[in-house]
Design a protein around this ligand. Structure first.
Ligand code: GLA
Length: 414
């Protein structure tokens, strides 16, 4: 079985599904190819120079712990082998020249970004420079890669983390990756206006291959957890939908959690966030029904994160699957951030013999389902899943293969 993967707008490669049991193989053989394509474009646009810095910034997956980060709870994310690559040099012409290869867009002055309100990607770049390295002069920049945009795998956080890391190299600054992750969150909050938690930036900056991180979003302490289950593979299935109102619904959920905390504090003044709450406290606090459901989901999801760490440690496939399914049901009925396409994919996967478990991943209302599957059924499952989705919705979802990879890194000169 051959999968054709779009790795940027007009270059395609084929991956034999037979290779998936060799860890990192997919990432390894695509990675130099992509950088070569980008270097070629670099030379066409900037002459036969070598970029001063080449950075790889991965996408983010999350095994479990959804909508818990902004409630100061726990998450279990990792970085994927699919990544954005950023080739950067200080400009020799005295003006900016930024190219988004996949989108076939380029700009030569930052006024263009502000003036036309377009080039969303450039706003992140401009914001990161403004906040972190305004002293640096104009840049030559080329970005491209194989990370789908709008799929709930944090391509925008990858872009911000990647450019911050590149700027750090160019300026010689020496903050820790953790500090850079926090600056990344500020760029998204203060400049772009997205009120996300800290999960994405931490996973994208600090992850390690084959592992996810158990991150305490209050203390920001984390430890690595081996996420491999023998004979199984984590995959994503992208609904390829992104329903409107994502940001306002996301912000509304965050506001509801705050409202709940304010009510709970009347009976339990020691509570600072839903992370401090138990189911008994929730029941005693006499919350309105919707707030009770939202809060109960967060309390239970925090608990599932710890149970998942134990299940992975024990290589307990049955328990891992139960936790994934319970998380999806909670996101669907209690937190209400799922949608028909996500429910269809999760239901289909969870009913399929050989799938350990599946759930929607990320903020919701579209994006991806994450699924743990036995390797021997991956090919048949992929075909059946794509067919069933096509029948129901009239277009195909993307089955995305990946490895758990390291966080933002320098690409050695080739
Ligand atoms: C988005 C946000 C994250 C997190 C998830 C939900 O991806 O960027 O911070 O809140 O939603 O878990």
């Amino acid at each position: 079985m051959i999968y054709t993967c779009e790795i940027e707008s007009h270059v395609y490669i084929s991956i034999s599904i037979c290779t998936i049991d060799h860890r990192s193989q997919i990432a390894d053989h695509r990675f130099p190819f992509m950088v070569e394509v980008l270097l070629d474009r670099w030379n066409k646009s900037f002459g036969s120079t070598v970029p001063e810095v080449v950075v790889r910034a991965p996408g983010r997956v999350n095994i479990i712990g959804e909508h818990t980060d902004y409630n100061e709870g726990w998450v279990l994310p990792g970085a994927m082998s699919r990544s954005i690559y950023l080739l950067v040099s200080k400009s020799k012409t005295g003006q900016h020249h930024w190219i988004a290869y996949d989108l076939d867009e380029e700009i030569q002055s930052t006024e263009e970004i502000l003036e036309y309100g377009q080039y969303a990607w450039a706003k992140y770049i401009e914001g990161a420079i403004r906040l972190y390295a305004p002293e640096l002069g104009p840049l030559q920049l080329l970005i491209g890669g194989d990370l789908p945009v709008g799929a709930g795998i944090s391509s925008s956080s990858a872009l911000v983390c990647g450019i911050l890391f590149a700027l750090q190299q160019l300026t010689g600054k020496t903050e820790s990756k953790e500090s850079l992750a926090l600056i990344g969150q500020r760029v998204e909050k203060e400049i772009i206006g997205v009120q996300g938690g800290i999960m994405d930036q931490f996973a994208i900056m600090m992850s390690q291959p084959h592992h996810v991180m158990l991150l305490d979003c209050r203390t920001r302490e984390y430890r690595l957890v081996d996420a491999d289950l023998p004979g199984c593979k984590w995959i994503l299935i992208n609904t390829r939908v992104k329903h409107a109102l994502i940001d306002s619904d996301y912000n509304q959920r965050a506001a509801q959690c705050k409202q709940s905390v304010a009510i709970i504090q009347k009976s339990f003044p020691e509570v600072n966030a839903l992370r401090d709450v138990t189911m008994d406290m929730l029941t005693a606090a006499d919350l309105p029904e919707t707030l009770f459901r939202r809060s109960a989901f967060v309390v239970q999801e925090d608990d599932r994160v710890h149970q998942m760490v134990e299940a992975l440690h024990q290589h307990d496939a049955l328990r891992t699957g139960e936790l994934l399914k319970a998380s999806h049901e909670g996101l669907r009925h209690m937190y209400e951030v799922s949608c028909d396409e996500l429910d269809h994919l999760a239901d289909f996967a969870n009913a399929y013999e050989g799938v350990i478990g599946a759930r929607m991943m990320g903020g919701g209302f579209g994006g991806c389902v994450i699924c743990l599957i036995r390797e021997e059924v991956l090919e048949d499952f992929s075909i059946a899943c794509v067919d069933a989705y096509l029948d129901r919705f009239g277009f195909e979802p993307d089955v995305i293969l990946f490895d758990l990879a390291d966080g933002v890194s320098l690409v050695p000169s080739m």
